[in-house]
Design a protein around this ligand. Sequence first.
Ligand code: FES
Length: 578
Amino acid sequence: MTLPSMESGLRSNLTSYGDPEFALFLRKAFIKGAGYSDDALDRPVIGIVDTESGFNPCHGNVPQLIEAIERGVMLSGGLPISFPTISVHESFAYPTSMFLRNLMAMDTEEMLRALPLDAVVLIGGCDKTVPAQLMGAASAGKPVIQLVTGSMLTGSHRGRTVGACTDCRAFWGKFRADEIDADEIAEVNGRLVGSVGTCSVAGTASTMAAVSEALGIALPGSATPPAVTADRMRVAEATGKRAVGIAAENLTIDKILTPAAFTNAFRILLAMGGSTNALVHLAAIAGRFGFPLDLDAFDAMGLDTPVLVDLKPSGEHYMEDLHRAGGVQRLMLELRDQLDPTPLTVTGRTLGEELDDAPEPFPQDVIRPRDNPIHSGGSIAVLHGNLAPAGAIIKQSAATPALLEHRGRAVVFEDAADMAERIDRDDLDVEASDVLVLRNIGPVGFPGMPEAGYIPIPRKLARAGVKDIVRISDGRMSGTAAGTIVLHASPEAAVGGPLALARTGDMITLSVSARSLTLEVDDDELERRAADVAPRPRPERGYARLYVDEVTQAEEGCDFRFLQAVDTSVSVPLRAER
Ligand code: FES
């Protein structure tokens, strides 16, 4: 048996026995035990990352997707072989799915490095899975193509369309305020999720799906077909077909995810009123290439990027509506002069070439024209000040306009447990004009930086009809949530950030127009308080210990330091003047 000179297909990444020919002989012997022929084993090997899990209903269609991908791969002459990695669902991950994102990224990266793969189809969907896959794939450096599972169908409750998870939160808020009773909240629980698939609003999953298409790492038109539709299966087949092409062309991920491609992706994130989490994930993916996030450039980009997609939570529609309206391609056509047409996409053509061939626009009411936006600009604003020297963000498109300029008394919760214990007590000293502060829910303080930044309205205020209140934390919130909520305050309290120094009764000023967040306490007093802050306990062992020792802050993507590439001189998004 002679080895070909090019290491590809089954001949690549041979196990190290010290004898490559024997390694190939042994590998073939084992896989032939599964019934493969030499003809099949001589084809380009297209890996399919199988993220099905009984605990991940957002990936409930993965078996059907794999079948369709395999069909596409074989139609193009490749050999599809699927393999599993970790799969993470938002509601089935303690303490939070974000804690496991980096582990999934490491799993993905190492499997891509270890296996004999000429190209890989990544099947992701639920919030953290697409970021994890792109982070891992970025470091592994192979030709990859992203396929998302697609959004779930909406449901109907008493004549009204409902969908996860903006409506989950809205109905729960009504229940807490005694506006609906236990019978109705139980009834709506069975209506919110109409099928398998990802959340049906502009949450993190939908945002990352759109961002993947804008990055050019997923096929044009692939972000929005719902999970259980024929369109989704055809996209899967086309993805499998194209995977054979990227293998032949050695179209590695670094040729697609360039600074210009990231810049386009940030624009789409802003224009769809997407999840604040996507900012963290994009920072993490870009960080794998050594492109640090430029928060101020992102904020500046927001000022001339209107929110055009009328999707909950910033608007009214659902993902299935966005698909019917033309999807992300239609959105990109609306923004065409603000997008860089030059980045290469996974099709082998540039974004501009793909948009030239995009379907003709037609009348619809989900993707607005630039002169009639949902929000005029800056859906996510970046704040600075003595409470967040390295920055904080607010999704102003989903906030109460009257609260965007606000001065109020701080009501401070030490951590998530303290908040849970006191938030609903009748004796909690809180008024609607106060500013709720929750600390120690950052990447280190509560490993994984849970989505607890969506602090509930204290029950006594909710019952009095209060719908929103200014909230500040070093944590995250779901992209499906709405409210006047400042997130990602950095550095976080647990690593010495000034959020640790706020006390109940201090005055805080939020000015989104001035992009400022100010604790009205002088520096000398803050220095005195800093001496009193006790260190938080660290996990003793295992992944949790690795996590707190290595995780970076939100603006750095919450990736592990040892996984990031060394910074280059190019930050993202690119500034307009460059
Ligand atoms: Fe999976 Fe929302 S819970 S996308």
